[in-house]
Structures are given as structure tokens and as C-alpha cells.
Design a protein around this ligand. Structure first.
Ligand code: GLN
Length: 483
């Protein structure tokens, strides 16, 4: 049962082959048995899951239908869940039970999903390896000595290990697409403003976006359908109608113009990944796509710009965690300043503290023009490159990551080495564009992803291309041994 995709589960439930309660029980047992190896969950919500499953079964018995009705999922532990710990992977929020549900959580619950638990993540979503969590590192089911990617590493490892069919995740600079690539999943970062950020604990508000992690494009379409839409509670949510994503999967790729940026194939890219990217291009050509070389000349400036803007926003967002209103408070503070200092010093991990310091520095008087303002100008240039490229092509294709998943601990002593691994994903966040990563082969037994980028609100086009690719390849069907 655990091998089924969301689409297969929806058909099985509709055909009364099994109930949501039966499926939920199977998956909860599987999580109990296998997750100790992976550490992909921070909290399990068995009771909630079983009551939601029973309620979904009752709704179906009453004639209700829906692809998500009775579907088991999990939420990255930065989506607020009412009455349930929402830790953001941090000691700071270890004791925090959210007083309300994030819009994404509420929408998916209304659609009938069953929440199995909250997944592990890098602390405050800062990282590319899921090693900065207060709850310990997550392991990659393809090789337990390697990282699963981050920051949504828990959602990715759990779905890749068939502990559940799909999970929510968020992407500020690649945290859906990069773990998808590292664990052989399909992951979609929607257009900025497509999915509500209300109740999603903020890292860098102008970059953060929630989206689905699943095994197939077809499943991403189903989950995104339940997540997307205008939300008056989020002032950056965009009031655009949500198309039927599942209906967009079957379009022909005949004549589709795919742009491949020449800057993507620089010295930093593992040549074996470059070859797999070229193979995926050939596959899409067979399906009728037309390939064109394009240029994104400002891409080289994107990492430094991102690693100024994201920490700057984080330093502001995380100032609310002061030990006064909620979250961790140090023991026996001597006075208010001591309480602030020690609560933050003890409650935040090293990477979060590093980013707060970098961000506060970049925003300080005297350095603002030199760093923050300059980074914002680069951000505009990166966006302009994409706008020019999308005048010529419909989709941009390239690697999701320059290297496959590295060994646990390999980059711990050099944070910049880890930042450089985000080179292909962060540009979409800077520009606010939608991006998808899909499985495209293996290097040394580790999965490799290909990334597709599209113009604003063209999530359906990304899902269409990925689905057609998946109908003609079988990379996405490969399962890690032992799971
Ligand atoms: N690796 C990037 C960072 O650490 C992206 C993280 C994310 O997308 N949440 O900021």
C-alpha cells in the first residue's frame, strides 16, 4: 500500500479498495518502523490522523469526492498547526503550540487530507542539508551517510522512503527543489504569491513560498491544487484564479521552446550531472520540444545577493523571538537585557545566529547602501535576465544542483561551500518565478534532478512538461533499497 502515489490512492479510495483509515494505519506503522533510521519527523500526530481519516471516510460514504479526500500527508514543521507543536526545527520554538492553523494547513484539511505529522527541517529553514535542525540531521534514504538536502529534508526523506505519498514544504532559495533532486522526488516552488504564507513561520518574507513535494508531477498537481489560492490574510498573496493543474498535465510538447542557459554549464557543475541534463533535453526533443541556447548574464551575482537579502530579512523576522511573548526563555534572567541576550543565545543554533548577524550588519546605517541596496539592484538585474529570456523561450531547463547529495558533515566547517550549492535554485526566488525539479538519473547511486523554470503563474506548464517527461522515463519510479 505504501508504494501508491496520491493519484493511485485517490483512485483506490474512490473504488472502495481500501479506506483512508486502513491506509493511515499502514503508514503510521511504517513510520514507526522505519523513521528511526531517517529522523524525518519532529512530531507524529497519530490521533489527529486517525480522526481525520475516519472523518474523510465518512465524507466519502456520504457521496463526497475529491483527490485529496482521505489522502495522508505531512507538513513541514514551519506551517502552524493549531494545538500541535510547531518548532521550525529550533530549540527556540520547541515548546510552541500554534494557536491557529496556517492557511495551507486549513485548506488541505478542508480538502480532506490526513496529517500524519510534522516533518524535520533546517532550523528556521536556513540550510541546504537538513543538518541545522535542533532535532538532529535527517538522513537520505538513498544512502544513509548522505544528506537529504534542505531545508525541507524531512518532507523529502519521508516521501522518498515511501513513509507517505506527499508532503508540504517551503522554498526560500531552493528548499523544495534541492531536496527533491537529492532524494529522487518531484518538487514545485510556485510563483511568489500563489500559495498563502499566512501561518508559515517567516524566514525571508520576500522569497518564501510554500509548495508540494511528491514523487510525480501528477501528484504535485493534486497537492498544489489544495494549497494554492488568494488569501486576504497574506498581503503578498495574489488574487489570480487557480487553474485546474491536473487538467494541464496532458498538453502536447510539440513546438515548446526550451531555453538552456549557457552559464549553467560552468566549471562548478559535476560533468556527470551535465550529461544527465543533456539526456533530459534529448528526451524532451523527442517529444517535440525545440531547444535554444540562452544567456542569464547576471546569474553569477545571484548567490552573494541572496546571501545578503535573505539574512537581512531573517534578522528582522527573527527579532520577534525575544523570550518575552512566546518561545524559549532562559533561566533566571538578571534583567531584561540579560533575558534577551541569553534567550536568543541559547534558543538559536549557530547557523541562525550567523545569519542574524550578517543580516543586521547589512542593514545597519553606513553599510545599507553598500550591501543591502546593491543586493536589491542585482535582484532586479536577475529578474530582467529572466524576462528577456522568456521573450524567446517557454521554459528554462538546467540542473537543479551542481553536485549530488554530499556526505553528512562534509560542509559543516565551511558554510559558504554549502551556500554555493544553491547556485541554480536561488535565482527563481529572487525573481519570484515558479520552478520544478524532477528526477533525471543517478550519479554514484545518488539521485540527480533537472530543474524547469517558467514565467509567472505558469505552474501548469511546468507540471505539463514534467508529466510528459515522466510518461516517457522511469527515473521517478526508482525506490531506495531498504524502503
Ligand atoms: N539553502 C538556502 C538557505 O539556506 C535556501 C533555504 C530555503 O529555501 N529555505 O537560505
Amino acid at each position: 500500500m505504501h508504494h501508491m502515489t496520491l493519484a493511485e490512492i485517490a483512485r483506490g479510495l474512490a473504488d472502495k479498495k481500501f479506506s483512508s483509515e486502513e491506509l493511515t494505519q499502514v503508514l503510521l506503522a511504517r513510520i514507526a518502523q522505519l523513521d528511526p533510521q531517517l529522523n524525518s519527523f519532529i512530531s507524529l500526530t497519530q490521533e489527529l490522523a486517525l480522526s481525520q481519516a475516519k472523518a474523510a471516510d465518512a465524507r466519502r460514504a456520504n457521496g463526497e469526492t475529491g483527490a485529496l479526500l482521505g489522502a495522508p500527508i505531512a507538513h513541514k514543521d514551519l506551517f502552524c498547526t493549531q494545538g500541535i507543536r510547531t518548532s521550525c526545527g529550533s530549540k527556540m520554538l520547541d515548546n510552541f503550540k500554534a494557536p491557529y492553523d496556517a492557511t495551507v494547513v486549513a485548506k488541505l484539511a478542508a480538502a480532506g487530507t490526513v496529517t500524519l505529522g510534522k516533518t524535520n527541517m533546517d532550523e528556521f529553514a536556513m540550510g541546504s542539508a537538513n543538518e541545522s535542525s535542533y532535532y538532529g540531521a535527517v538522513k537520505n534514504p538513498w544512502n544513509l551517510e548522505h544528506v537529504p538536502g534542505g531545508s525541507s529534508g524531512g518532507s523529502a526523506a519521508a516521501v522518498a522512503a515511501r513513509l507517505l505519498p506527499a508532503a508540504t514544504a517551503t522554498d526560500t532559495g531552493g528548499s523544495i527543489r534541492q531536496p527533491a533532486a537529492f532524494t529522487n522526488l518531484t518538487g514545485l516552488k510556485p510563483t511568489y504569491g500563489r500559495v498563502s504564507r499566512w501561518g508559515m513561520i517567516a524566514y525571508a518574507s520576500s522569497l518564501d513560498q510554500g509548495g508540494p513535494l511528491a514523487r510525480t508531477a501528477e501528484d504535485c498537481a493534486i497537492l498544489l491544487q489544495g494549497m494554492a489560492g488568494f488569501d486576504p490574510n497574506d498581503s503578498t498573496s495574489i488574487d489570480e484564479p487557480v487553474p485546474d493543474y491536473s487538467a494541464s498535465l496532458n498538453g502536447s510538447l510539440q513546438g515548446l521552446r526550451i531555453g538552456v542557459p549557457k552559464e549553467y554549464f560552468s566549471a562548478g557543475l559535476d560533468p556527470r550531472i551535465a550529461e544527465l541534463v543533456h539526456n533530459s533535453v534529448k528526451e524532451l526533443e523527442k517529444l517535440g520540444a525545440v531547444i535554444k541556447e540562452i544567456s542569464l548574464p547576471n546569474m553569477q551575482h545571484a548567490i552573494p545577493a541572496y546571501y545578503v537579502i535573505a539574512p537581512a530579512e531573517a534578522s528582522s523576522n527573527l527579532s520577534r523571538f525575544d523570550g518575552v511573548r512566546f518561545g524559549y526563555r532562559c533561566e533566571n534572567p538578571e534583567n531584561l537585557i540579560d533575558q534577551y541576550k541569553r534567550s536568543r543565545g541559547e534558543g538559536f543554533g549557530a547557523e541562525v545566529q550567523r545569519r542574524i548577524m550578517v543580516g543586521a550588519y547589512a542593514l545597519s546605517a553606513g553599510y545599507y547602501d553598500a550591501y543591502y541596496l546593491k543586493a536589491q539592484k542585482i535582484r532586479r538585474l536577475v529578474k530582467n535576465d529572466f524576462m528577456a529570456a522568456f521573450n524567446e523561450v517557454d521554459i528554462i531547463l538546467g540542473p537543479t544542483t551542481p553536485n549530488p547529495a554530499w556526505k553528512l558533515g562534509a560542509k559543516n566547517s565551511d558554510p559558504v561551500a554549502e551556500y554555493l550549492e544553491d547556485v541554480y535554485t536561488i535565482t527563481a526566488n529572487l525573481a519570484g518565478l515558479p520552478g520544478l525539479s524532477m528526477p533525471a538519473g543517478f550519479v554514484d547511486g545518488l539521485p540527480v534532478g533537472v530543474q524547469l523554470l517558467a514565467p509567472y503563474f505558469q505552474e501548469g506548464r511546468l507540471l505539463n512538461v514534467a508529466h510528459q517527461y515522466q510518461l516517457n522515463t522511469d527515473w521517478h519510479t526508482r525506490t531506495p533499497t531498504g524502503f
